[in-house]
Design a protein around this ligand. Structure first.
Ligand code: 13P
Ligand code: SF4
Length: 328
């Protein structure tokens, strides 16, 4: 049954979600790209590494994951005894779609002397085919620990891989996936915006293409960008990532101005993640009420995927909370 086919008129959804959260012993985890109304009632908000760690450590019996499917699957891989629900199972990711496991397996087989360093934005099957998973906040710490002569396949985000490759001056074989949200920023419109706000720094996510990164004063994960916003001294910051993160900036720094980087139309509506936007308060309410849609993963596959995630958690060490790829 979908949220659309259920009559929820008259329900105080926030109060009901709160009641069900207690009744179910549930924790609500939300990514920074969720709508402000979901962020406001989450128990924890974070970047993908922080949310993975939170899922692995929680005592809650139920995890209501407000994010996209690969994030909820990561929670299930790390916490198999928990019930993990995702308000909308169609909340995918263009990076996951760009990397079908069969093709990735063939690519790996064609390069047997390479290890696969893989962005967490991928399917459980691709995690199972990988050696080490990285997030945007842990990638640099992890790459620094891999011997310089070790050949690397990096997938599925060619922009994050390219950014790391340039920063570390290290060749990597890049899988050709992109995030459709970060891909949509326009350099021309960004330059116009910078001209209108002289001196305003630009903070960018490393999923942005190089022509956007080249204009950034800071590059980092969602948590890293948020930390940068909390520390910068000016009045105005241009934010080149999914604009829902600006909600946390406005809550933390009410006197400052945060402007989402524009797309080709000069606006930023094209930069809202359409997958994240599938989760709504209504669907979260139904997920807690019915404990569905649930994430289920076959045990053999889960164990194979867990190896590369465990490696990430081991190698990322204290990276959590910094969310930081640092200044360029
Ligand atoms: P973070 O790891 O920075 O939260 O990024 C996740 C993501 O999907 C960005 O598009
Ligand atoms: Fe995937 Fe991009 Fe959406 Fe992140 S913003 S979930 S990378 S499509």
């Amino acid at each position: 049954m979908t949220a659309q086919s259920v009559n929820l008129t008259g329900l105080d959804l926030r109060a009901e979600i709160d009641r069900l959260r207690k009744e179910r012993g549930a924790v609500i985890l939300a990514h920074y790209y969720q709508s402000p109304e979901i962020q406001d009632l989450a128990d924890y908000i974070g970047d993908s590494l922080e949310l993975s760690k939170k899922a692995a450590a929680t005592d809650a019996e139920v995890i209501a994951f407000c994010g996209v499917k690969f994030m909820a699957e990561t929670a299930k891989i790390l916490a198999p005894e928990k019930i993990v629900v995702l308000p909308d199972l169609n909340a995918g990711c263009s990076l996951e779609d760009a990397c079908p496991p069969e093709k990735f397996a063939q690519f790996r087989a064609a390069h047997p002397d390479h290890i696969a360093l893989t962005y967490i934005n991928c399917s459980t099957e691709v995690k199972a085919l990988s050696d080490v998973i990285v997030t945007s906040s842990s990638a640099e710490t992890i790459l620094a620990q891999i011997p310089a002569d070790q050949k690397i396949i990096f997938g599925p985000d060619r922009h994050l891989g390219g950014y790391l490759s340039r920063k570390f001056n290290r060749e990597m074989l890049l899988w050709p996936g992109v995030c459709i949200v970060h891909e949509a920023f326009s350099e021309t419109e960004l330059l116009k915006l910078k001209a209108q706000h002289p001196g305003a720094p630009v903070a960018a996510h490393p999923e942005c293409p190089p022509h956007i990164i080249d204009h950034a004063d800071y590059v980092g994960s969602t948590s890293g960008i948020l930390n940068f916003a909390k520390g910068f001294e000016g009045d105005t910051l241009i934010v080149a990532t999914e604009p829902h993160i600006i909600h946390q900036m406005e809550l933390a720094l009410p006197g400052k101005t945060f402007i989402g980087a524009p797309g080709a139309d000069g606006q930023c509506s094209c930069n809202i993640c359409p997958y994240m936007a599938l989760n709504t308060l209504e669907k979260l309410y139904l997920a807690l009420r019915d404990l569905t849609p649930r994430i289920e993963i076959e045990e053999g596959l889960r164990l194979r995927a867990k190896r590369s995630l465990d490696k990430m958690l081991e190698m990322a060490g204290g990276t959590v909370g910094q969310g930081d790829l640092g200044a360029r």
